[in-house]
Design a protein around this ligand. Structure first.
Ligand SMILES: Nc1ncnc2c1ncn2[C@@H]1O[C@H](COP(=O)(O)OP(=O)(O)OP(=O)(O)O)[C@@H](O)[C@H]1O
Length: 232
C-alpha cells in the first residue's frame, strides 16, 4: 500500500495533480471539500468571525479522509493534515484567533494525531510539494475563478497570499514525517502541457522507486499513457 500526499499553497494545482497522479498510478484520489464547503465563502467575507469554524471544518473533514486513506488501498490525497496547522497559525498570527482558540485547536490536533498513530499506516509514504511563486499562484487563482479568492474581492488577500508563501517555505523545510520532494510549479504546467506532465510524473515515479514505494504491479503501460495524454 502506498499513500502519497500533495501539498502547496492555494492555487498550486494540488487537486489537478492528484487527479493526474492517481490515474497514472491506478490508485484512488481523495479531495478536500472546497466547492461544497459552506464555511469557505463566509470565511473570505468575514475572516475574523469565521476562522475558527473554518479550521475546525477542515480538520474534521481531513480527519475523515485520512482515516480512510491510511487504512485503505493505494491512495493520493490532495492535501496533508500537516498543512492545517500552518493555515490555522498563519491566521492566528494575524489576530484571527485568540489564545484560548489556539490552545484548544492545538489540543484537538494532538488528540487526532494520536488517533492516527493507531492506523495500519501512520504517515504517508511520500509528500509531493508543489512550489509556486506569487505570480503563478495569482494566475492560477484567477484562472480557476472562485470569486471569493480574487484580489478584486478583497485587496488585503495580496498580503495574505504572500504571507502564505513565506509560511510554506519554512513548513516544507521542517517537514519530516515522510520522504518528500518538490515540484517546480512555475516551470512545469502539468495541467496544460503534455510534456510537462510526462516530466513531472517521471520525477514522482523516480522518487517512489528510490524510496521503494512504487505501487506493486505498476508499470508504465496503457493506463499510465492515457493519464498523460488526457490529463485530469
Ligand atoms: N486549513 C485549511 N486547509 C485547506 N484550505 C484552507 C484551510 N484554511 C483555509 N483554506 C482555504 O481553502 C481553499 C482551498 O484551498 P486550495 O486552493 O489550496 O485547494 P485546492 O483547490 O485543492 O488547491 P489547488 O489549486 O492546489 O488544487 C483556499 O481558499 C484556502 O485559502
Amino acid at each position: 500500500m502506498t499513500v502519497i500526499v500533495l501539498s502547496g499553497p492555494v492555487g498550486a494545482g494540488k487537486s489537478s495533480l492528484t487527479a493526474i497522479l492517481s490515474k497514472y498510478l491506478g490508485t484512488k484520489p481523495f479531495y478536500e471539500s472546497v466547492d461544497d464547503n459552506p464555511v469557505l465563502p463566509l470565511f473570505y467575507k468575514d475572516p475574523l468571525k469565521y476562522t475558527y469554524l473554518l479550521q475546525l471544518f477542515f480538520l474534521n473533514t481531513r480527519f475523515h479522509s485520512i482515516k480512510k486513506a491510511l487504512s485503505d488501498d493505494n491512495n493520493v490525497l490532495d492535501r496533508s493534515i500537516y498543512e492545517d496547522s500552518l493555515f490555522f497559525h498563519m491566521n492566528a498570527d494575524i489576530g484571527r484567533a485568540n489564545d484560548l482558540e489556539v490552545q484548544t485547536y492545538e489540543e484537538l490536533l494532538e488528540n487526532m494525531m494520536k488517533e492516527l498513530e493507531r492506523m495500519p499506516k501512520r504517515h504517508p509514504d511520500l509528500l509531493v510539494h508543489i512550489n509556486v511563486s506569487y505570480e503563478t499562484m495569482i494566475r492560477r487563482i484567477q484562472k480557476r475563478g472562485r470569486s471569493y479568492e480574487q484580489l478584486s474581492f478583497d485587496p488585503t488577500l495580496e498580503d495574505y497570499y504572500k504571507r502564505m508563501l513565506r509560511y510554506y517555505e519554512k513548513w516544507y523545510d521542517d517537514y519530516d514525517y515522510s520522504p518528500k520532494m518538490m515540484i517546480d510549479g512555475d516551470h512545469y504546467d502539468f495541467m496544460a502541457s503534455e510534456s510537462d506532465r510526462t516530466e513531472v510524473l517521471d520525477q514522482i515515479t523516480q522518487k517512489l522507486k528510490q524510496v521503494g514505494k512504487l505501487p506493486k504491479n505498476w508499470q508504465a503501460g496503457e493506463i499510465a499513457r492515457k493519464a498523460i495524454e488526457i490529463g485530469q
